[in-house]
Design a protein around this ligand. Structure first.
Ligand code: ZN
Length: 156
């Protein structure tokens, strides 16, 4: 298959997808604020993990609930859903390697958060993108239930 997007455009797109404060993050944070959840955003938490000091970035951190929310772009974190477009096997080696590393880093970070007693929600772009208000409210309710009473890691 021929790539129709040139390399520099693709890099720009990837940076945008990988960047902070995506529309979905803003949406979730505004709902959490409305519902009086205290949180910090884009915070790096130093963790000693497997003999190394790492500083994974939490998109949203709710210290009162010992909870971290990772808002994952489906392409960038390779969800394998309708927004992921290709399987890893269909990708060019460069992207296959890059997304493979992202997946490994996500798994490592979740394990590290767990090792210091934080639970982790992986909130995927596809559960919120192009959804109507009731659908979004439903996801937010699930998320808030998990924040308050969820016992371990989860994904929506
Ligand atoms: Zn997805």
């Amino acid at each position: 298959m021929i790539d129709t997007v040139d390399q520099s455009t693709r890099s720009r797109n990837m940076r945008r997808i990988g960047s902070k404060d995506t529309g979905i993050e803003l949406l979730i944070r505004s709902r959490l604020r409305q519902h009086r959840f205290g949180y910090r955003k884009n915070i790096r938490i130093p963790i000693r993990h497997e003999g190394k000091l790492i500083r994974p970035e939490a998109d949203i951190y709710l210290s009162r609930y010992q909870a971290v929310i990772l808002v994952n772009g489906c392409y960038w974190h390779h969800h394998g859903c309708r927004l992921s477009k290709k399987t890893l096997g269909e990708m060019k080696p460069f992207w296959r390697k890059k997304l493979g590393e992202n997946i490994q880093r996500d798994q490592r970070n979740i394990a590290a958060y767990n090792s210091i007693g934080l639970k982790v929600m992986s909130l995927w772009e596809c559960s919120l993108r192009d959804k109507n208000d009731p659908e979004i409210s439903y996801v937010v309710r699930q998320l808030e239930d998990w924040i308050k009473i969820g016992l371990g890691n989860a994904a929506i």
